[in-house]
Structures are given as structure tokens and as C-alpha cells.
Design a protein around this ligand. Structure first.
Ligand SMILES: O=C(CO)COP(=O)(O)O
Length: 233
């Protein structure tokens, strides 16, 4: 079995209760391939996680956009990995470039977060820019390659550019971790993915899915989920 196609929707800091209701309705009514073909994970802001989780079709999962680096306690404003587990939130996005750039999260800090979240049983979408900082064998990690210049700019990487970086990330895993981990880890692309450009990207051998920002708030997210069929065609 190959790697299952993965489509993540990162809503970032967007949404009102009305908008969230609309997006969930669109997701619930969308015609998409079976969960055997594509794994869909949407990531609303923390405050909307419980309502989205309870209303979303059961084959779609939710992710938090961040969590605290260690066990909870006196850390005002933070949300711990334990809380996410307690709420039944299975996934967390860590190390997004917006957090690195705007909040100063370092490679080391992100690496510590990844290790702690995995130790608590969360599945991690670890975001990298041009280099790979952190990996953990034996747990579920999806690596999101998100070139900073492509995020929110409308300037998508070409399929060849994405393939080249994904292949080199996989080589890095092969050499530094193991051939098995390299073969089984999903490496997904993020940065100006749309309904119009997703199929060409999905056709590339080492592109195992997407982490979608702006378009994950729109009905075209359903088209992006459907690009999974490119792999089975
Ligand atoms: O940062 C992203 C997903 O995490 C990508 O954002 P856009 O799809 O809006 O470019």
C-alpha cells in the first residue's frame, strides 16, 4: 500500500460562528472520495474546535493549529497537548511559518513541541520551510513543505519545484531515519493551493497531499480533496 493522500485545511485566524457553520455545511455536503483514498483534516481556531468536531461528517478529522511545548500549568493563554487529547482532537499543526516569523518560534522550540505532542499521542503536521528540523520515528507525522514565498501570495510552486523539494526531504528521511520511514511518511505541499492548480501538483510522485490555507475556507476545498483521485487513476 502506498501513502494515503492527505488534505489539510488550515483556517488560520479566520471565522465567525456563522462562517464556521457555512464551511462545515459545505464540507458535509461535498462529494469526496472514500476515506480509504484520502484523509481530510481541518484546522479551525481553538475556540471552534469542539463545535466543528461535533458537527463535521465523521470521516473528516480536526487539528489544532498549535499547542504548548510541555505539560500544562501556569502558562497564560496557552493550550496544552493534554487538553487536545482530552477533547478528542487527534491532530495538531506545529511550526507553521507564520508562528515562526510572527511569534519567533525557533527550530528547537518547534522540535520540542513536536516531541512533546507525539509523546502525548497526538498526530503531528510538522511544517518546514526549506529545511527539515525534526522527525520522530514510530509516530504519525505528516511533513508539510510550505515555501514562505508561496503562502498567501497566489504564487504557487510549480509541480516540478514541489517534487524536487519533496524528493529531497524523502531522501533526508531515508538517510537519517530509515528507508521504511521515508517510504511511509506523507510529505504534503502548502502555499497558494487552489482548486485550479491542485491536480497537477497531486500528480507528482512525492506530493502526498496538501495543507491549504485560503482555499480551505471556500467550496473549492472539495475540489482539492478530490484531487486525491489523481493518485488512483
Ligand atoms: O499556510 C498555508 C497553509 O498552512 C498556505 O496558505 P495559502 O493556501 O493561503 O497560501
Amino acid at each position: 500500500m502506498g501513502r494515503k493522500f492527505f488534505v489539510g485545511g488550515n483556517w488560520k485566524c479566520n471565522g465567525t460562528t456563522d462562517q464556521v457553520e457555512k464551511i462545515v455545511k459545505t464540507l458535509n455536503e461535498g462529494q469526496v472520495p472514500s476515506p480509504d483514498v484520502v484523509e481530510v483534516v481541518v484546522s479551525p481556531p481553538y475556540v471552534f474546535l469542539p463545535v466543528v468536531k461535533s458537527q463535521l461528517r465523521p470521516e473528516f478529522q480536526v487539528a489544532a493549529q498549535n499547542c504548548w511545548v510541555k505539560k500544562g500549568g501556569a502558562f497564560t493563554g496557552e493550550v496544552s497537548a493534554e487538553m487536545l487529547v482530552n477533547l478528542g482532537v487527534p491532530w495538531v499543526i506545529l511550526g507553521h511559518s507564520e508562528r515562526r516569523a510572527l511569534l519567533g518560534e525557533s527550530n528547537e522550540f518547534v522540535g520540542d513541541k513536536v516531541a512533546y505532542a507525539l509523546s502525548q499521542g497526538l498526530k503531528v503536521i510538522a511544517c518546514v520551510g526549506e529545511t527539515l528540523e525534526q522527525r520522530e520515528a514510530g509516530s504519525t507525522v505528516v511533513i508539510a513543505y510550505e515555501p514562505v514565498w508561496a503562502i498567501g501570495t497566489g504564487k504557487v510552486a510549480t509541480p516540478d519545484q514541489a517534487q524536487e523539494v519533496h524528493a529531497s526531504l524523502r531522501d533526508w528521511l531515508r538517510i537519517n531515519v530509515s528507508p521504511e520511514v521515508a517510504e511511509s511518511t506523507r510529505i504534503i505541499y502548502g502555499g497558494s493551493v487552489t482548486g485550479a492548480n491542485c491536480k497537477e501538483l497531486a500528480a507528482k510522485h512525492d506530493v502526498d497531499g496538501f495543507l491549504v490555507g485560503g482555499a480551505s475556507l471556500k467550496p473549492e476545498f472539495i475540489d482539492i480533496i478530490n484531487s486525491a483521485t489523481v493518485k488512483t487513476a
